[in-house]
Design a protein around this ligand. Structure first.
Ligand code: NAD
Length: 403
């Protein structure tokens, strides 16, 4: 009888696992579950938030990559996994049974329990929330035209990680449109970034990180570093000004966006897997402890990098590789062969600051400016190719290399 594989999540890891499993899947029945009918490139959400790309440009229908001969797609939200009974419960009450499971449910925003974050800050975790940010800012700009309240022109990004920096870069670019709506010069739109630490972007050399930050500063972004945020109040970011005295300062703004880090999907912890910030420390072959038929991949997974003796970070590149390895290992198990441990060699990482600027590392070489943005687009096209194939790259790829 055919074995049943369920893949939860159609993000980078889930679709890469699907791609691998659909290759030579003669005796497999695959079920893919996602809450949306479309896949989106999570690394491009900041562009939708800033209005520099539309939702359609960063997403495509899941049906485009589903091989109907072996795969069924269910649009639904996962409630819980029961690994002992090998079932998955969906929010609409459906119960699915599996022989093998791939958990690729992605990330949620991490508030670290800071008061007011859930209530008063905007999150950027999926297409809907990215679009909400864009609509929210457009509304503030239109209201400014009527009221001239300067707080309407202020945008605060909380956290200067990869996400915060790429978002700020996109806002610099999207500022022109916002300014037109408000009837002001682009420079009148004030962009702030409040960050707890002073050494930003530790994945890059200090010199390279400084390059990116200084570029943004040159374009008018105001960085408040070494200022941990203690609370979000309505239209207000409260940050610690002085560590010694604990004195706090309030920064008023009508747009506050929370990008201080992520956790794995809450489903993982709720299903009884031992997780830290929603990430399960998996076995070297990506299976969950004590469940050799459950693979946990992408942002829900922590896998040790033996070279650094620390878990790999959560990136799209690593998620893609994890999905591929999980697919391969399931196929090995089906043939009675041994699974292989996950290994990863980074191609480098590039942080975009707008459409035509970027900085980062490719191999051991540092790249910056326009050439780096060229490389960034090639990286984006490659990830699109790995999940969506040639059709999606032709339709959605970034070929605007020359400006
Ligand atoms: P992050 O953890 O990388 O950065 C969060 C930042 O917020 C840090 O600088 C941290 O010091 C700061 N912070 C935390 N708490 C704070 C507080 N209370 N007040 C002020 N600042 C605070 O998170 P991220 O940027 O959301 O990225 C999440 C993961 O996704 C990372 O592994 C990142 O590398 C990855 N990512 C990769 C790409 C890419 O490769 N293109 C893009 C985006 C994100």
């Amino acid at each position: 009888m055919s074995k049943q594989v369920i893949i939860l999540g159609a993000g980078y890891a889930g679709l890469r696992a699907l791609h691998e499993l659909q290759k030579g899947a003669a005796d497999l029945k695959i079920t893919l579950v996602d809450r949306n009918a479309y896949h989106y490139e999570a690394t491009d959400l900041h562009e939708v938030a800033a209005g520099t790309q539309t939702k359609d440009k960063i997403s495509y229908p899941i049906s485009d990559v589903v091989k109907a001969s072996c795969t069924t797609f269910i649009q639904g939200t996962v409630d819980k996994i029961d690994p002992d009974n090998q079932t998955v419960l969906l929010e609409d009450g459906q119960v699915l049974t599996y022989d093998y499971l791939v958990v690729a449910l992605g990330f949620v925003s991490e508030s670290f329990g800071i008061p007011g974050v859930e209530e008063y800050a905007l999150q950027m975790v999926d297409v809907a929330t990215a679009e909400q940010i864009h609509q929210h800012i457009e509304e503030q700009m239109k209201t400014y035209k009527e009221t001239k309240d300067p707080e309407l022109l202020k945008i605060v990004v909380c956290g200067a990680g990869f996400t915060g920096i790429e978002l700020l870069g996109a806002f610099v670019e999207g500022r022109k449109h916002f300014a037109e709506l408000a009837g002001v010069e682009p420079a009148a739109i004030e962009l702030y970034c409040v960050e707890a630490v002073t050494r930003l972007l530790p994945m890059f050399s200090e010199k390279l990180a400084d390059y990116g930050i200084q570029r943004l500063e040159k374009w008018g972004v105001k960085f408040l570093t070494g200022k941990p945020i203690k609370e979000i109040k309505p239209d207000t970011v409260v940050y610690q000004e002085d560590k010694e005295t604990g004195a706090v300062t309030e920064l008023k703004a009508k747009t506050i966006i929370w990008t201080t880090g992520v956790s794995g999907s809450r489903v993982v912890g709720a299903s009884g897997f031992e997780a830290k910030r929603g990430r399960v420390m998996v076995n070297p072959d990506l299976t969950a402890p004590a469940h050799e038929n459950v693979y946990i991949v992408g942002d829900c997974s922590a896998v040790m990098d033996m070279a650094s003796n620390r878990p790999y970070p959560t990136t799209a590149q690593i998620s893609l590789k994890m999905g591929e390895q999980a697919g391969r290992n399931i196929k090995a198990q089906l043939k009675g062969k041994a699974t292989e441990p996950f290994t990863f060699h980074s191609l480098g990482s590039v942080c975009s600051i707008g459409n035509t600027h970027a900085f980062g590392e490719v191999g051991k070489t540092e790249v910056k400016g326009y050439p780096a943005s060229f490389i960034k687009k090639a990286i984006m096209d490659r990830s699109l190719l790995e999940t969506g194939g040639v059709k999606e790259v032709m339709a959605k790829g970034r070929f605007d290399f020359y400006h």
